[in-house]
Design a protein around this ligand. Structure first.
Ligand SMILES: NC(=O)C1=CN([C@@H]2O[C@H](COP(=O)(O)OP(=O)(O)OC[C@H]3O[C@@H](n4cnc5c(N)ncnc54)[C@H](OP(=O)(O)O)[C@@H]3O)[C@@H](O)[C@H]2O)C=CC1
Ligand SMILES: CC(C)(CO)C(=O)C(=O)O
Length: 320
């Protein structure tokens, strides 16, 4: 299978290297010093149960979009930060429309797949999640990853044919499941991926902004009475927001996700890592998605709005 990893950072390089080991032909789209290192010295990935060290095919985005043939690509895996999705899709629109490839997002946030559906046929859009993984670039060309590193994925609901499954997407997902399994990627093909993505947002909206604000890891947050009650409230607001997308999250779903995050190891969230690295935070994709939808339902998400505002104030103070 010919696969493009679009945004070869922590997530993209970890899963991309696993796919190379299973025989896939992988192209990494990267930039800056990391791209230079990939081209000059190859990719090194370290995970407690997996190591990769070898040369890889790495290009910049302009080279990918101008010099590769859209017809020869089977799958693009979108691993950019959600903050980058909108502009990136505009740059790649012509290439994506000339291709018949499937596009799988492994990003956090609930709007990436909808943005993809604005550009390509929805049956080519696959929803996905990188779960129980922490993966980061430690130096150009080097990735460190931890966790079970599971992928949950599935065909995106095809709203234009509401009562039919998008069969081509489903068939491709079956092939992908075989490849993920060969690549020793723990995976789950899910029939209701939109709900799974919302359930992950419960966790991300529950802990990411408050961890970036307090600079505390997930375990410290959830073992503090006040912070954990706030996390639970943020999750309840996220479940309310899901209703605006026609996704129903029950109180037992909320409790299950809350228990899950309470049982996590002490994880430094990706938003805290981005804050420390002075990178753009996925705040609009995470808290913003909740705030907007709750406002549209005339039921404001006051706690999410407060944490979002406090964090934006902190960023302005720290970085101007
Ligand atoms: N990291 C993790 O452990 C987890 C991450 N996720 C989610 O997965 C997604 C990816 O996260 P992560 O891997 O951490 O992100 P990274 O920032 O590590 O990776 C994205 C990479 O894409 C590069 N990039 C951005 N724009 C372009 C471009 N135009 N052309 C080429 N390369 C580009 C970035 O370069 P540059 O650095 O120069 O911007 C960066 O190297 C996010 O939505 C995140 O929330 C989910 C679960 C866990
Ligand atoms: C690891 C986890 C679940 C913590 O919120 C995450 O997705 C992130 O850091 O973005």
């Amino acid at each position: 299978m010919n696969i493009v990893i679009w945004g070869a950072g922590g997530i993209g390089c970890y899963y991309g290297s696993r796919l190379i080991n299973a025989g896939a032909n992988v192209t990494f789209v990267a930039r800056g010093k990391h791209l230079q290192a990939l081209q000059a010295h190859g990719l090194t990935v370290k995970h407690p149960e997996f190591t990769f060290n070898g040369s890889v095919n790495a290009v910049d985005e302009a080279t990918w979009l101008t010099q590769s043939s859209p017809e020869n690509t089977d799958l693009v895996i979108l691993c950019l930060k959600s903050t980058a999705t909108g502009d990136a899709l505009l740059r790649a629109k012509r290439w994506l429309q000339a291709s018949q490839c499937y596009v799988l997002s492994l990003q956090n946030g609930v709007d990436n797949e909808n943005q993809l559906c604005d550009i390509i046929e929805s049956h080519r859009v696959l929803g996905g999640l990188a779960v129980r993984i922490g993966a980061h670039i430690t130096q150009p060309g080097h990735i460190e990853a931890t966790g079970i590193a599971k992928i949950i994925f599935g065909a995106w609901p095809n709203h234009s044919r509401q009562h039919h499954k998008s069969y081509t997407g489903h068939e491709f997902c079956q092939q992908l499941k075989i490849l993920f399994t060969q690549a020793l990627i723990d995976n789950h093909l899910n029939d209701n991926i939109q709900k799974e993505i919302w359930k992950k947002l419960l966790i991300n909206a529950g802990v990411n902004p408050i961890s970036a604000l307090t600079e505390l890891d997930t375990q410290t947050l959830t073992s503090d009475n006040v912070f954990s009650a706030t996390v639970y409230q943020l999750m309840q607001e996220t479940a309310r927001a899901a209703h605006a997308d026609g996704v129903e999250i029950s109180s037992s779903d909320i409790d299950a996700m809350f228990e899950l995050i309470c049982g996590f190891d002490a994880i430094k969230t990706s938003m805290l890592v981005d804050f420390e690295n002075r990178k753009p935070l996925e705040l609009d994709a995470i808290s913003g998605a909740v705030i907007q939808r709750c406002r549209s339902l005339n039921s404001p998400a006051y706690t999410t709005e407060l944490i979002d505002q406090l964090l934006k104030t902190k960023i302005n103070k720290c970085y101007g």
